[in-house]
Design a protein around this ligand. Structure first.
Ligand SMILES: NC(=O)c1ccc[n+]([C@@H]2O[C@H](COP(=O)([O-])OP(=O)(O)OC[C@H]3O[C@@H](n4cnc5c(N)ncnc54)[C@H](OP(=O)(O)O)[C@@H]3O)[C@@H](O)[C@H]2O)c1
Length: 296
């Protein structure tokens, strides 16, 4: 049971955690924090938080669990703002989509990685943002990746693990660099493809006509291009090394693909499509789906 939970960034990810813990009867009081009073007032109206402060330092006072769910570019300032105001029994965790940058931000703000910090990433989300988009079931049967460090206190890791399990999630521990490489491939690259495709088409002269005739496949593939631009700018910058590497490899693959098409090499095309179909049917929709990592 968490007596007082402070959520810094009461949007989709932070709001959904508060809702899930409330639904599970696993939290006493929830204190929200953010920049906009209107969003926080709405969060109180919706029953997601009990009260709020726009000052991160005030919001963490007396909290035994602190969850930071702001865009990655705001992590360092948030750590700096709270570092002298945490209670002795506080555990701090986050939901940022890249982990190397969060650890570097914590080191910069605290001087070293504090034992109470458990970096984390819920592999769950939607293309919508803000507290209105949050819902209690977001984490049910989803994976949460925690990237504890040698400095992390075992008790802190245990408390964060139990918090996510209460939300119905499956918790996996992973090394920080490994997390960033895997997520560059499974989440960050697909988002780049969706943003890149929609932007390129939108800039073409005939874009009205292109979008008018866009069919279901286009809609499915590009849904994630409606995600929060600020959040994705920050993810790209935070994970630029792994994502840059992945984009280069993928560009080479696409150049080969284009050559195959120009040559009219039907056998090679069939090989590619059959391999891709087999892999997707097996790992995303069929056997192995229980181990899947969803795009967000
Ligand atoms: N969306 C996803 O699918 C997803 C999935 C996994 C992880 N994540 C990660 O979760 C985190 C939050 O994402 P989200 O989807 O919940 O975003 P969101 O719905 O936009 O919520 C972000 C919250 O942070 C606050 N915020 C924004 N900038 C801030 C700043 N500079 N200082 C303090 N607070 C700030 C916003 O409120 P104010 O504007 O009022 O400050 C808002 O309530 C990000 O780090 C993201 O990488 C997202």
């Amino acid at each position: 049971m968490i007596a007082r939970l402070a959520i810094i960034g009461v949007g989709l990810i932070g709001g959904s955690l508060a809702r899930a813990l409330r639904a599970g009867g696993a939290v006493g009081e929830v204190v929200g924090c953010g920049r906009s009073a209107a969003n926080l007032e709405r969060a109180v109206e919706l029953g997601v938080i009990d009260r709020f402060s726009q000052d991160p330092a005030q919001s963490v006072q007396g909290a035994d669990m602190v969850f930071i769910a702001v865009p990655l570019g705001a992590m360092r300032d948030t750590f700096s703002a709270i570092k002298d105001h945490l209670s002795g029994n506080s555990v701090v965790t986050d939901g940022g989509s890249a982990k190397g940058s969060v650890v570097a931000d914590a080191e910069a703000a605290f001087g070293r990685v504090p034992a109470c910090l458990v970096p984390g990433h819920p592999i769950a989300g939607t293309e919508r943002s803000g507290v209105e988009a949050s819902f209690a079931e977001l984490y049910r049967n989803r994976r949460i990746i925690l990237t504890p460090l040698p400095e992390t206190a075992p008790d802190a890791l245990d408390r964060v693990t139990r918090m996510w399990q209460t939300c119905g999630a499956q918790v996996t521990n992973m090394d920080v660099a490994h997390h960033d490489e895997i997520l560059a491939a499974t989440s960050h690259l697909p988002h780049m493809l969706a943003f890149g495709l929609v932007d390129a088409l939108a800039r073409m002269r005939e874009n009205d006509e292109i979008f008018r005739y866009a069919a279901g496949g286009f809609r499915d593939f590009t849904r994630i291009a409606s995600s929060n631009p600020v959040m994705w700018r920050d993810i790209c910058i935070a994970n630029r090394e792994a994502l840059g590497e992945m984009l280069s490899k993928f560009s080479d693959e696409m150049a080969d693909f284009a050559d195959t098409i120009r040559r009219g090499d039907g056998d090679h095309l069939l090989d590619i499509f059959q391999r891709a179909k087999l892999a997707r049917d097996r790992y995303v929709d069929g056997i192995g789906a229980e181990n899947r990592t969803d795009l967000e």
